[in-house]
Design a protein around this ligand. Sequence first.
Ligand SMILES: *Cc1c(COP(=O)(O)O)cnc(C)c1O
Length: 424
Amino acid sequence: MSKLAIHGGRPVIDSPLPAYHTLGPEETRAVLEVMEGGSLSSYLAVAGEFFEGGAGVRQLEAEWAQYFGVAHAVALNSATSALYAAMGAAGVGPGDEVVVSPYTMAASATCAMIYNAVPVFADVDPETFCISPDTIKAVLTPRTKAIVVVDILGHPAEMEGIMALAREHGLVVVEDAAQAYGASLNGRPAGTMGHIGVFSLNYHKTIQCGEGGVAVTDDPELALRLKLIRNHAEVVAEDTHVANLVDLVGFNFRMTELEAAIARQQLRKVAALAAQRQANAARLTQALNGLEGLIPPVVRPGASHGYYLYALRCDQERLGVSRAAFVAALRAEGLPAVEGYVKPIYLSPIYQERIAYGMTGCPFACPLYQGSVSYAKGLCPVCERLHYQELFFTNAIHAGLGPEQIDLVAEAIRKVHRLRAELA
Ligand SMILES: *Cc1c(COP(=O)(O)O)cnc(C)c1O
């Protein structure tokens, strides 16, 4: 182990780590039952029993609401759809601004644009990578209508402070907990602290049903509006006697009975799957503590981290080598490691070129929009520093890995750290 693999030495991890796999015979049996029953989806876009879907979808929603301790759960065909529906349920519209994070999966920033509102980026906290009460406050204007907060990589955002700020300014808060299964803050599960919470069931998440999402809320009016937007709102609104008709242009965001059957089985496993990630992360952090120039994930007091990914930060000066060289050496040791997370969202062409809907600059140049939003490079310096200099992550933390494999992950990182002078 004295020679780095990138220089021809033997890699610490010499066979590929197992992929994350959560499906078992339970899911297969559940799908077969639906197949044999013959009804793959029971939705009807008319008021009445089947406006809310088939038996499996409604059972999933009841179980989800109970598990997370919320009044209403609304299953959809993706978390992206759930974010779109949440913006509509919140009544976001032309001329409004929605405060979003630059460091997240794109849909949790771009969702505001579905209703022709303008995304305004708040910078992230340097330790949790979430937008914070302070960074949100700095970008509020009289036009701010809502905030989309993301519990990114699984660390819960400072939801208590954010909700206090929202109350003060009359804002709707959507908490995107797509990556935060198993996370909590002062005992409250991530995803249940905003006015609406959003979960993902896509293939990459802690639990999955292929593609799927769930929105949760304690507010019956928001729940009804989410359900209307999910299922052709405009033809159903009259018969549901919904009070507020704004943004009730309907989509088809419906989940089928097959995904619902899988999701119900996955929900039963989520606590154990998340706990295994947390145990793995704790073991890895313990093994990595005190390495000069490397900072393992921070967990704030009162928070429990879901560890969708395990992100370290490096101080390249103290480390003495570049992040690029360090990560390349980790990969050579057999550790799946990636520099940065996602490019700061405002740097993508839709924001830089301000081309979204049609040729008139909508929504950025909409005459109803009285603000002047910036998407300039340098807008969110913490996010840019994290992305371009400090952060790297591995997914080798998931519940398919046991202590021996986590020890190999730790040894790969410790070896590259020990021999890093040879990378200079
Ligand atoms: C995965 C993800 C989404 C979108 O989920 P889909 O179900 O794929 O639409 C949204 N937000 C975050 C933070 C995510 O990680």
